[in-house]
Design a protein around this ligand. Structure first.
Ligand code: NDP
Length: 311
């Protein structure tokens, strides 16, 4: 079997940017989009903070632009998913969802991360209609309105503080009797006059047909139910990097994100690079994902130059 020069796993901003750079460098990359082509952006409303789109753009339209740009330079885009890898041999072996095996000389893992959700039926139905997992992406649409944030960690604290600058009122629901967030973040939250923290409180239901209208919450010790009138629900209970197929080989940090060597996209395995949200617990923006996608393509190009010269 002839190995592919470069396989890119994931069709979000990081993967497509890597494909654009790698295709222009003549590496003939093949990109496998995976189960969620376009990544998290396809479940976002309007994107207004990606430079270059002066009037904003929808997430799916932006991802189509990225894909078309990569294809223009010869990148091959496939809709399959990589389900298994064997990074113990060289070239690297990858298994597709139709059980077909392929070989690759270099691999960029850009499979992204998925927001964790509460699992309520109304959450799915009202996604993009008031339900969100990203305050920076969607907070603007709730200017001067009342919103509810769920979670007790640093993400929930950060989202609440961000939203408190835009919204009239933020209700923060914490399921325990204390927050898990760092002390400094908690202090900031408690100091903010328009954030109300509800401890030992969970979401029971999201009310609204076409848009979020109210959140029904339950106070666990007393079982008291309250209806909070709100236009938005921000779920901030953590993200899950999509690392499962790579775990036997790739080193991840204590939160499950792929570890890369400082200032590079190199993983612990030679010729395997990581870009985008799968290696970024901190920024998680389309533009930062695209930036690391570019880095990964450049790192892979250098690796292939060296490896092919030694063959
Ligand atoms: P965490 O895992 O730290 O926190 C998740 C929070 O969500 C916890 O309070 C948890 O509650 C709560 N939660 C989980 N499931 C549910 C549920 N079903 N219903 C209600 N609440 C739920 O995730 P984060 O995304 O906040 O943070 C991840 C890591 O990233 C952390 O290490 C954090 O410090 C770091 N981070 C750092 C930032 C910074 O430094 N600026 C910003 C953002 C994140 P419980 O406590 O009861 O388990």
């Amino acid at each position: 079997m002839i190995p592919i020069e470069l396989v890119i796993i994931g069709g979000g901003p990081a993967g497509y940017t890597a494909a654009i750079y790698a295709a222009r460098a003549g590496l003939h990359p093949i990109l496998y989009q995976g189960p969620n082509p376009g990544g998290q952006l396809t479940i976002t409303g309007d994107v207004e903070n990606y430079p270059g789109y002066r009037n904003g753009v929808t997430g799916p339209a932006m991802m189509q632009d990225f894909q078309a740009q990569a294809e223009r330079f010869g990148a091959i885009i496939k809709s399959s998913t990589i389900t298994k890898v064997d990074f113990s041999t060289y070239p690297r072996q990858l298994t597709l969802d139709n059980d077909l095996d392929i070989l690759a000389k270099a691999v960029i893992i850009a499979a992204g991360a998925s927001a964790k959700w509460l699992g309520l039926p109304a959450e799915k139905r009202l996604y993009g209609k008031g339900v969100s997992a990203c305050a920076i992406c969607d907070g603007f649409f709730f200017k001067d309105k009342t919103v509810v944030v769920v979670g007790g960690g640093d993400t929930a604290a950060e989202e609440s503080l961000y939203l408190a600058k835009l919204c009239q009122k933020v209700h923060l629901l914490v399921r325990k009797d204390q927050m898990r967030a760092s002390k400094i973040m908690q202090e900031r939250v408690f100091k903010k006059p328009n954030i109300q923290v509800w401890f030992q409180t969970e979401v029971k239901d999201i009310i609204g047909q076409e848009q979020v209208e109210a959140i029904e919450v339950i106070h666990s010790p007393s079982k008291a139910i309250t209806l909070i009138q709100a236009s938005g629900l921000f779920v901030a209970i953590g993200h899950q990097p999509n690392t499962l197929p790579f775990l036997p080989y790739i080193t991840v940090d204590s939160h499950g994100y792929i570890q890369t060597k400082p200032n590079t996209t190199e993983t612990n395995i030679p010729g395997i690079f990581a870009a985008g949200d799968i290696q970024d617990p901190q920024y998680r923006q389309a533009v930062t994902a695209a930036g690391t996608g570019c880095m990964a393509a450049l790192d892979a190009e250098r690796f292939l130059q060296k490896t092919n010269a030694n063959c």
